[in-house]
Design a protein around this ligand. Structure first.
Ligand SMILES: [Zn+2]
Length: 118
């Protein structure tokens, strides 16, 4: 697998970053909301579904090595303007944002995501 370009979320997708931060704050996840400003989008889901805009992220820490299921946490009810969003954090670091059942705004975001990762 080749290492692609990583995109700062807040710079490349500012509207989505603002929504994500607001939704995490609304659930009192100040720890995760505080990471949004420095999140890097590292890849998108490779599936061909028109209804998926899932993407991988990094906070700059390699937390996935040796991680077990107990290290993974899911935060539901995120990005409701875009679809059904779930934030997955590994050892407290956001690693993946699953975004399915896309709204019109979510489909627009999906196109932007595919623009970054063709
Ligand atoms: Zn997918």
């Amino acid at each position: 697998m080749t290492q692609g370009i990583w995109y700062p979320l807040a710079e490349n997708l500012p509207d989505l970053a603002a929504s994500l931060r607001a939704d995490l704050l609304a659930q009192a996840r100040v720890d995760l909301a505080g990471q949004v400003g420095r999140l890097l989008v590292t890849d998108r889901c490779a599936c061909i579904s028109d209804d998926c805009a899932t993407f991988q992220t990094s906070t700059g820490y390699d937390v996935t090595q040796w991680a077990t299921e107990e290290d993974v946490e899911s935060v539901y009810n995120c990005l409701s303007a875009y679809g059904d969003g779930v934030v997955f954090a590994v050892r407290g670091q956001i690693q993946r944002v699953e975004l399915l059942a896309l709204t019109a705004q979510g489909k627009k975001f999906r196109d932007e995501l595919h623009g970054l990762f063709p």
